[in-house]
Design a protein around this ligand. Sequence first.
Ligand SMILES: N[C@@H](CCC(=O)N[C@@H](CS)C(=O)NCC(=O)O)C(=O)O
Length: 202
Amino acid sequence: MKLYITPGSPYARIVRIVILEKGLENRVEIIPAQTRLAGSPYYRINPSGRVPYLIRDDGVALEESALICAWLDHLDGKPLFDLPANETIWETRRLEALARSITDGLAVWSREIARATAERSPTLLQHEAQRSRRMAALWETEIEHPWMNSALNMAQITLACGLGLEARNPDLHWRPDHPKLCAWFDRLCARPSFAATTPPRA
Ligand SMILES: N[C@@H](CCC(=O)N[C@@H](CS)C(=O)NCC(=O)O)C(=O)O
């Protein structure tokens, strides 16, 4: 299989962590893609131009990190990341959605910073900076939830990949005033699958 990524993408990192956690690294070739470039050859591979993008051995291709992770997780018939089949599913889905929410905002912010200075929107930069502060404050409370401290799950992976964008964004300061979130993040990032996929500094 082939997985197209960019090294700084939090969504691609979510998939790369699942690959390592599932021991699939010898079955999936990781290929850097050139995104956000007019005429990129990658657009002939994936017309949407987005990563992550998994091309399976049967030639069928999948987009969307959540779908790719679920598919890879089920390959061996022993999924690690399925949600519980009882009423706690709503709590776990709520937390996963919250993790996705902060990550989506931080990804939009990082992408804006990657543009030429003259093309950046000050309104967007301010909007995402303020959102990130509100969401970090919310997560300082939610991080004590048992689901965020149990066996590794998609909510934990998603949140950590979002917060990990601090390496790509010099204006992202979610750590001050959030000691519990810091301790949780640093503990999780010591895990080999997280350490091996740390995004490069911008
Ligand atoms: N919802 C998608 C988001 C994927 C996404 O937005 N990827 C960004 C990189 S972080 C991308 O490929 N951007 C290229 C572009 O916008 O052309 C997922 O979870 O996979």
